[in-house]
Design a protein around this ligand. Structure first.
Ligand SMILES: [Zn+2]
Ligand SMILES: [Zn+2]
Ligand SMILES: [Zn+2]
Length: 228
């Protein structure tokens, strides 16, 4: 399985395991509270059952009742058994294991940017808008003694996007469908933001992972509904 993913991975795309943020955009702090009290291994931290999910937080070892063991449904990890394959639109992804409804299928990693796709010279195929506003810390001024923590500039709300054109993880290859198994969802943890792909229904083993990208995904849809 890993060999298939390695051999099919395009050479022009840098594989990353966290959000790339060289411009140092920040998100405002959110209080994550006490965390969840999930206890059932079959419904561990999934949509509709977990207080963290309801509040829009992802789970870490610190706010999840399952602690450091990374087997709840709300972690920033790729579901085991996701597999690249060549199909009608180039690379597609399928799951070799059943994915429970409400579970995170994978985070959507890429490059955090203020580019919004309005420049016609830029491709926007892998551009996802972030709902949470970001800001850019003001440059630190003065000498070391007067340095304070960087604060937001006045009126510094920035509309940010995640661009996975040149770097990303396997969720970059999830194809759009108007009748998809998954949706994008934003999760926060303190000052961090992550875009994740959530299964809105149980995905049987062997099925292709599809996401509803919404109307503005910048290419002609070839799904069963639209191509028929
Ligand atoms: Zn939970
Ligand atoms: Zn959890
Ligand atoms: Zn369609």
């Amino acid at each position: 399985m890993a060999n298939t993913n390695e051999s099919l991975w395009p050479s022009g795309v840098y594989k990353v395991t966290f959000l790339q943020n060289p411009e140092d955009y920040r998100f405002r702090f959110v209080e994550v509270g006490q965390g969840c009290t999930c206890s059932n291994e079959f419904t561990n931290c999934i949509h509709g059952k977990c207080d963290n999910v309801s509040a829009g937080f992802y789970c870490t070892g610190k706010n999840c009742s399952f602690g450091e063991q990374e087997d709840c449904g709300n972690r920033l990890t790729e579901f085991p058994g996701l597999q690249l394959f060549n199909g009608r639109f180039g690379l597609h992804v399928r799951t070799t294991r059943e994915i429970p409804k409400g579970h995170i299928v994978a985070p959507y990693w890429g490059f955090l940017t203020t580019e919004d796709g309005s420049n016609p010279l830029l491709k926007k195929r892998y551009l996802l808008m972030v709902k949470s506003f970001g800001y850019k810390p003001a440059p630190i001024e003065g000498d070391k003694k007067t340095r304070r923590k960087p604060k937001a500039k006045k009126g510094g709300n920035l509309r940010l996007h995640i661009d996975a054109e040149y770097c990303g993880n396997i969720s970059r290859f999830f194809n759009h469908s108007c009748d998809a198994y998954c949706v994008f969802s934003e999760r926060r943890y303190k000052r961090r933001m992550a875009m994740v792909v959530i299964a809105t229904q149980t995905i049987p083993a062997g099925k292709e992972i599809t996401v509803d990208y919404g109307k503005d995904f910048g290419f002609k849809c070839g799904c069963g509904h639209c191509a028929a």
